[in-house]
Design a protein around this ligand. Structure first.
Ligand code: FEO
Length: 401
């Protein structure tokens, strides 16, 4: 059965939700599911904005058929060729063989990489700033390269002020009846997932996101329709503000993330002893065991807070494997503008501190504190002053900021 919602008088959400997907992109757990958004405009011309993942194709095609109500599908706008939005494209063309595809050249080229149909036969290329009249509505096309693939573009409906923003402004989480962000407690219940979505999927490309935000600031945006998650029609500014922080790598708030790797709880013990000292100094502190918490959650927390403490045991003369994996992931996401402290452990040759510092050298604009606390097997009474000194050093940077 079709399952769709009206966005405006003539625009419909015809996407679908997947609550059974274990790992989005094979990497990110999505315990609350994910939505694949597609929108259908009924103007003088009918225009579909993107398709959906293959997993939800059945209900998507029912939705499109239902909303079209016997009309032809005239145009498909493709904003992004990643298969979670394009896997059903060939089937769409089989069902609607007369549809014309509006996309930029990079999208057209990528279409030929993913599919074997004659893409040129269907495609009408558009470029930055081009306009397209659907009848009452006029679309303008805006390229958004590397947000987060090179071919990405957005469309702006000048008539209703709607930005079709591709992956930008999306969030993990299925839509449980609510389509609009103002129908849920977004800031209370969904901002964490939005941050995890942004930082992990798009976070590496802050400068490119900033460039698109700059372009968007020139538009009179009244609504944002992303490819995942909620449609924004109220309080858009607060979400734009969050994006501005994330894209600039500026922390949203002061606080310390302690990410630790501990085999027999001794490194964890030191991390907890530091967490207590930081909290007693009035510093908000959150802790993650890198062997338990998915890296995507820790990366989102690192984007949120101003400080990071890495505590790792030494393992096979290197960094403990889960910490090393997390750090490579963090470096790949281009984290910047953070203050970092290091705790190392090792029963005979602690080297993880030096090695973690070397990995952090690949990041820009990190301040790594000189103090490294070295533990041999377990924290001892005589090391507590050193732990206090580390807490003081971190607290001093809070005072400076
Ligand atoms: Fe939701 Fe980049 O695909």
């Amino acid at each position: 059965m079709y399952c769709c919602r009206k966005v405006t008088d003539d625009l419909y959400w015809v996407g679908a939700n997947d609550r059974r997907l274990a790992m989005f992109e094979g990497v990110y757990s999505v315990p609350r599911g994910v939505s694949y958004n597609s929108y259908l405009l009924l103007d003088e011309k009918t225009v579909l904005f993107d398709t959906v993942d293959a997993a939800v194709g059945e209900v998507f095609f029912e939705n499109v058929d239902h909303v079209l109500a016997g009309r032809h599908l005239d145009y498909l706008v493709i904003h992004h060729m990643e298969p979670d939005h394009s896997a059903t494209l060939a089937e769409l063309l089989r069902r609607y063989p007369d549809v014309r595809i509006l996309c930029n050249k990079k999208i057209a080229d990528m279409m030929k990489q993913f599919f074997t149909f004659d893409a040129d036969k269907y495609t009408e290329l558009v470029a930055e700033g081009d306009t397209f009249s659907c009848g009452h509505h006029t679309l303008t096309f805006v390229n958004a390269p590397m947000v987060h693939w090179p071919e990405v573009m957005m469309s702006f409906d000048q008539t209703d002020g709607i930005l079709f923003s591709a992956d930008a402004f999306g969030t993990f989480g299925a839509l449980n009846g609510a389509l609009f962000a103002d129908e849920v407690d977004f800031m209370g219940e969904y901002l964490d997932e939005a941050r995890r979505y942004y930082t992990n999927i798009v976070g590496k490309y802050g400068p490119q996101v900033s460039a698109v935000l700059k372009k968007a600031s020139a538009l009179d945006i009244k609504m944002i329709c992303p490819l995942h998650g909620f449609v924004w029609r109220r309080d858009i500014g607060c979400y734009l503000d969050a994006y501005t922080h994330w894209a600039s790598y500026e922390p949203e708030e002061k606080g310390v993330v302690i990410a630790y790797a501990s085999v027999y709880h001794h490194t964890e013990n030191a991390a907890e002893a530091l967490a207590i000292r930081l909290t007693e100094r009035g510093i908000r502190t959150v802790m993650f065991d890198v062997s338990v918490t998915p890296a995507s959650e820790i990366i989102a927390a690192v984007f949120r807070y101003s400080h990071l403490v890495l505590a790792s045991t030494t393992y096979n003369a290197g960094i403990f494997v889960n910490m090393e994996s997390f750090l490579y992931d963090l470096v790949a996401h281009n984290i910047q503008n953070r203050t970092v402290a290091v705790i190392e452990n090792g029963s005979w040759a602690p080297t993880s501190g030096k090695l973690m510092r070397a990995l952090l050298d690949n990041c820009k604009k990190l301040t790594v504190l000189d103090e490294t606390l070295t533990i041999k097997s377990s924290l001892k009474e005589e090391q507590l002053p050193a732990l206090d000194a580390m807490a003081d050093a971190i607290a001093a940077t809070f005072a400076e900021a």
